[in-house]
Design a protein around this ligand. Structure first.
Ligand code: SAM
Ligand code: DTB
Ligand code: SF4
Length: 329
């Protein structure tokens, strides 16, 4: 039995101070509204109480099954609803996945995250990824999977094969969700997050900003995450990567300082979680990324590809870490 009911996540986005979790949307929005310097200072103080401020965790992503996804997520280049340059590919062979994980480990990543463009895996799909998880775990890497909605019993199978983390993003505030995705409900995601938690897996759950949402929606996203009991161990904060052909391709750019604020608010409200500066780094300057680390981000995706889009090359990240005196872990 989970100790948190799905409704709580939705309730947490009401404006009243909720009894279901420590963070009301009003309180989170009040953090967003602080003067920038005050907000970053507070985030850095919280960060230093719980983490080494000069250490950043590195995860490498691999898309083990690309394209052809039946969901209509407005941001996603892998959706069949969008005409994008992404080609459909079947599930990768075990040996190729293992080779990719070995290379990631040699480059210094400590976690390897496999992503699949499924609405959710069939039982055959789960059976096919189990040997991949086991082989990567045996290599001494932390393992993470993001395979979509799970059915009863699947999280336990993934756990038993050696999966450490399951990534399943809520993406945005509950009240903005239907503007972005229509083929599933917000609470479908929450149900899977409960299955993941109940199986004893670590939860990696975050969202995307820059999809045309309001600051209130961003506060709702963060409040929902922070009110999870416990909050996710990893919180990826993605900025929308605009891919030609997707529904959100022409969305107006988010003010970069608003993105930094989102990271800082995540840090303050989830003090012991790894906050990951996720998609969107490819087009960020080094100065912008330094601000993100100052705001409390302490994890990145490391490696030249995310799932289908570009991420900074390792050499650029290594040089940035060296300039900032950051240790990769
Ligand atoms: N299909 C599975 C699912 O949706 O859970 C796993 C893969 S899906 C691509 C993983 C996550 O990538 C999404 O939840 C979303 O947060 C993120 N994502 C996808 N496209 C993105 C984009 N264009 N920009 C930023 N983040 C994106
Ligand atoms: C997450 O929050 N971001 C990653 C990972 N979890 C799976 C995915 C980002 C995908 C960006 C678009 C692409 O490369 O296809
Ligand atoms: Fe499919 Fe996941 Fe992309 Fe949505 S985000 S279209 S579920 S791959």
């Amino acid at each position: 039995m989970s100790n948190v009911q799905p409704l709580q996540f939705v309730k947490s986005c009401n404006s009243r101070s909720t009894t279901d979790g420590p963070w009301s949307v009003d309180a989170v929005e009040a953090l967003f509204n602080k003067p920038f310097n005050d907000l970053i200072f507070e985030a850095q103080q919280v960060h230093r109480q719980h983490f080494d401020a000069n250490s950043v965790q590195r995860s490498t992503l691999l898309s083990i099954k690309t394209g052809g996804c039946p969901e209509d997520c407005g941001y996603c280049p892998q959706s069949t609803y969008h005409d994008t340059p992404v080609e459909d590919k079947g599930l990768m062979a075990l040996d190729d996945v293992v080779a990719s994980a070995r290379a990631a480990k040699e480059n210094g990543a400590t976690r390897f995250c496999m992503g699949a463009a499924w609405r959710g895996p069939s039982d055959n799909d789960v059976a096919a990824v189990l040997p991949m998880i086991k082989a990567i775990k045996d290599m001494g890497l932390e393992t993470c999977g993001t395979f979509g909605l799970l059915k009863d019993g699947q999280a336990e199978k993934l756990r038993d094969a050696g999966l450490d983390y399951y990534n399943h993003n809520i993406d945005t505030a509950p009240e903005f969700y239907a503007d972005i995705i229509s083929t599933r409900q917000f609470n479908d995601r929450i149900d899977t997050l409960h299955k993941v938690r109940d199986a004893g897996l670590n939860v990696c759950c975050g969202g995307i900003v820059g999809m045309g949402e309001s600051r209130r929606h961003r506060a709702g996203l963060i409040a929902t995450l922070a009110n999870m009991n416990p909050p996710p161990e990893s919180v990826p904060i993605n900025t929308l990567v605009k891919v030609e052909g997707t529904a959100l391709d022409h969305t107006e750019d988010l003010d970069p300082f608003e993105f930094v604020r989102t990271l800082a608010v995540a840090r303050i409200t989830m003090p012991t979680s790894r906050v990951r500066l996720s998609a969107g780094r490819e087009t960020m300057s080094d100065e912008m990324q330094a601000l993100c680390f100052l705001a409390g981000a302490n994890s990145i995706f490391y490696g030249e590809k995310l799932l289908t889009t570009d991420n900074p090359e390792n050499a650029r990240d290594n040089a940035l870490f060296a300039r900032l005196g950051i240790r990769g872990e």
